[in-house]
Design a binder for this molecule. Structure first.
Ligand code: AMP
Length: 249
């Protein structure tokens, strides 16, 4: 069985993003970039399924600029078998990514596409769902457990009320939630080996897609700073402040 894992290059989760001085977006110059954390979880899950003998090949794919190669090399160093970079310098929105991934699915015929539930830069949480709709495949989103058996995937989903288990007929789309696993670090020998693994370069046009941003960003602003808290002397004072100052009760 082949698994396709789309991985996105985003600002490193440990970096505090800053708004550009002219308010046109988030500062990306000289900022540390890394693989989107939910994509790391997806790569890890694919590797675990391979280690369990359920999966034969893991193909990582990224849509983005030349530098997204680094993200793909990280996926290869973790344990993916090969990688595809769909190169574009345009801003890519989830619908275009989903259309491109549909093209990759048609060319590669994976039985599972394992995505992150969301990218932490735009927080869209759309690509997996859109891809499932474009392909007409089943989907199990926000997975905290994935079990493969025969031609089926049993996915435990994190939903508002707790956990929901869905049985998916393959091929299917699965998106990862935080508690699915703890991704491994790539070891130095594996980073060296990853340099020799195949990384194909494609263009959006190879899949008949013209990447074009549909959304226009009008302005980007820092969120308002939080006011310092205060200590109250008694419950009565707290209730008074909540009632008469904050107006919340
Ligand atoms: P989003 O819908 O943008 O929140 O992203 C959800 C997931 O879709 C990510 O965790 C990735 O698995 C995948 N994805 C989104 N954008 C890209 C991209 N540019 N390249 C590869 N995968 C992507």
């Amino acid at each position: 069985m082949k698994v396709l894992v789309p991985v996105k290059r985003v600002i490193d989760a440990n970096v505090k993003p800053r708004v550009k001085a002219d308010g046109t977006g988030v500062e990306l110059a000289n900022v540390k970039m890394a693989m989107n954390p939910f994509c790391e979880i997806a790569v890890e899950e694919a590797i675990r399924l391979k280690e369990a003998g359920k999966v034969e090949e893991i193909v990582a794919v990224s849509v983005g600029p030349d530098k997204a190669q680094e993200t793909l090399r990280t996926a290869l160093a973790m344990g993916a078998d090969r990688a595809i970079l769909i190169k574009t310098d345009e801003t890519v929105e989830p619908l275009d990514v989903a259309k491109l991934l549909k093209g990759v699915v048609e060319a590669e015929s994976p039985e599972i596409v394992l995505l992150g539930k969301q990218a932490i830069d735009d927080d869209s949480n759309q690509t997996g769902q859109m891809l499932a709709a474009l392909l007409g495949w089943s989907q199990g989103t926000f997975a905290s457990k994935v079990e493969l058996d025969g031609g089926k995937a049993k996915v435990t989903r994190e939903v508002d009320g707790g956990l929901q288990v869905v049985d998916l007929k393959l091929p299917a789309i699965i998106t990862t939630d935080l508690r699915l696993n703890e991704p491994r670090y790539a070891s130095l020998p594996n980073i060296m080996k990853a340099k020799k693994k195949p990384l194909d370069e494609k263009a959006p046009g190879d899949y008949g897609v013209a990447v074009k941003a549909r959304l226009k960003v009008l302005k980007t602003e820092e969120p308002a700073g939080r006011k310092a808290g205060i200590k109250v002397g008694s419950v009565a004072e707290l209730v008074d402040k909540l009632k008469n100052e904050a107006g919340v009760i």
